[in-house]
Write a protein that binds this ligand. Structure first.
Ligand code: ZN
Length: 242
């Protein structure tokens, strides 16, 4: 696609949280805009009608960046299906932090919600880049430390990802598959776990680089034109000679 990539940032709540006086969605949308690499950067919020994800907005979204933590149950199934259909047709989806437990991740990827280790004591997380020469890890150091983080540890109950790009180690000793890609239908999906709301993780340049890289990677090259899923081709006619 030659046109600019339109991005929508979605959040499960609105208003100030932790170190984000204007909400996490504003902090995320701000660095995406500041990169200057994308077209329209819009925000949609769970409390809005249709959770802000109208047909019109989704149809004009190339990559949806989805942050969620606790209110997965508040997301209506019909809107989840609307997102799913759009991903299957090619929209990119970046799932941040606890979006591993969201309905859309469960439905698209098959993750089991909250089947992982968990601890929230503000310990250090070291994010290791294990896949080099990949669009999402480009420009990211071999490792970087998140000084205070929420621990998500293995075993993380997901199907094997297509690509495992980052593994995190925590001070308490656990490890976690913190950056994974999946493909479903024509859509590319990236999950990235650092981003607990009480720590200023989305202000970190390494994290911003990973997310902007992922948006570029997940953007559709072209949306597939599917005329009729149901119509099979006629088999070729063969003449059989005895
Ligand atoms: Zn959290």
């Amino acid at each position: 696609m030659n046109q600019k990539i339109n991005v929508t940032v979605w959040d499960e709540a609105e208003g100030a949280i932790g170190p984000y006086p204007q909400g996490i969605y504003t902090a995320i949308a701000d660095f995406i805009k500041a990169s200057g690499m994308f077209g329209e950067v819009r925000v949609a919020l769970q409390p809005q009608p249709e959770h802000g994800l109208t047909e019109e907005l989704l149809n004009d979204t190339d990559v949806l960046v989805y942050w969620a933590h606790s209110y997965h149950h508040k997301v209506e199934d019909g809107i989840v299906e609307r997102i799913r259909q759009r991903v299957i047709k090619g929209m990119g989806l970046i799932l941040l932090h606890s979006a591993h437990a969201s309905k859309i991740f469960q439905r698209l990827v098959g993750a089991e919600p909250w089947k992982l280790r968990w601890r929230d004591v503000g310990e250090r997380e070291r994010v290791w880049k294990i896949e080099h020469n990949h669009p999402i890890t480009a420009g990211v150091p071999e490792y970087f430390d998140v000084p205070n983080s929420e621990m998500y540890g293995e075993h993380f109950c997901i199907p094997a990802p297509d690509e495992l790009l980052f593994i995190s180690w925590y001070e308490g000793g656990e490890v976690f598959r913190s950056g994974c890609t999946f493909k479903r239908g024509a859509g590319r999906i990236f999950f990235f776990s650092p981003g607990h709301e009480t720590f200023p993780i989305y202000y970190m340049p390494e994290v911003q680089r990973i997310i902007t890289n992922a948006i570029k990677w997940a953007a559709p090259v072209e949306y597939p034109v599917i005329t009729d899923w149901q119509q099979p081709f006629e088999p070729p006619k063969r003449s059989v000679t005895a």
